[in-house]
Design a binder for this molecule. Structure first.
Ligand SMILES: CC(C)(COP(=O)(O)OP(=O)(O)OC[C@H]1O[C@@H](n2cnc3c(N)ncnc32)[C@H](O)[C@@H]1OP(=O)(O)O)[C@@H](O)C(=O)NCCC(=O)NCCS
Length: 189
């Protein structure tokens, strides 16, 4: 087994493995990502037609000190994704951003989401000088909000009409997690 991979039995006795994604995962990542962008009600503002093509996706999946994508697998099938990245600006490197968390509907409530967030937080914990993780979440995505809150993320604002999709505007909560808190939480969650 690859050392970066963790395998944990989850609810319903399904076995889930979590590992960082590589360019070789581009095709399966894209399938899951496009499902995510078509989620109803919307979980993401991005539009499927704006998603990078396969070659660009493969390039994005190259892990760096700045960014990593993680995947949850069940029997070799990619069933969940998340990405974590540092902010780009030189004077904002103390912040990271968690985004794109998505589990295929038939694999939900098996602990995959929790495992992916835990892995992303561990990635941050191993980086120098990151003090805070931010994210945005559509106000109607209650499962995701609860999941983030269970790790200690708190809502610090709500942005109105962040994006237009399916003929209406959607609002997003801004959530943040300060790192001294999260170290405790990673171990408890
Ligand atoms: C949010 C999401 C990633 C959760 O994934 P999951 O694998 O089902 O979550 P888990 O089984 O790991 O559950 C972890 C925790 O999340 C919360 N949660 C998950 N599903 C929930 C639901 N339907 N209702 C309420 N809370 C829920 C609970 O706190 C749960 O902990 P518990 O099992 O101890 O109660 C999944 O529902 C999803 O992909 N939703 C659509 C995409 C989305 O909203 N992404 C967030 C973008 S910011």
């Amino acid at each position: 087994m690859d050392e970066s991979q963790t395998i944990e039995p989850q609810h319903n006795n399904i076995s889930i493995s979590i590992r960082s994604l590589t360019p070789a995962d581009a095709e399966s990542y894209r399938v899951v990502r496009l499902r995510a962008l078509n989620e109803q009600p919307p979980a993401f503002g991005s539009l499927p037609e704006d998603e990078p093509n396969l070659a660009e996706t493969a390039t994005r999946l190259i892990e760096s000190d700045e960014r990593c994508f993680f995947g949850a697998f069940s029997n070799q099938q990619l069933v969940g994704i998340v990405r974590i990245s540092r902010y780009d600006a030189t004077n904002e490197k103390h912040r990271a951003y968690l985004a794109g968390l998505y589990i295929l509907p038939s694999f939900r409530r098996n602990g995959c989401g929790k495992l992916l967030v835990k892995k992303a937080l561990s990635w941050v914990a191993n980086k120098q000088n990151i003090r805070r993780i931010n994210l945005t979440v559509v106000t109607e995505q209650e499962a995701a909000i609860r999941l983030y809150q269970s790790f200690g993320f708190r809502i610090y604002g709500t942005e109105q009409e962040t994006f237009l999709k399916n003929g209406r505007f959607w609002n997003e909560h801004l959530m943040t997690l300060e790192l001294p808190l999260h170290c405790d939480r990673i171990n408890r969650c």
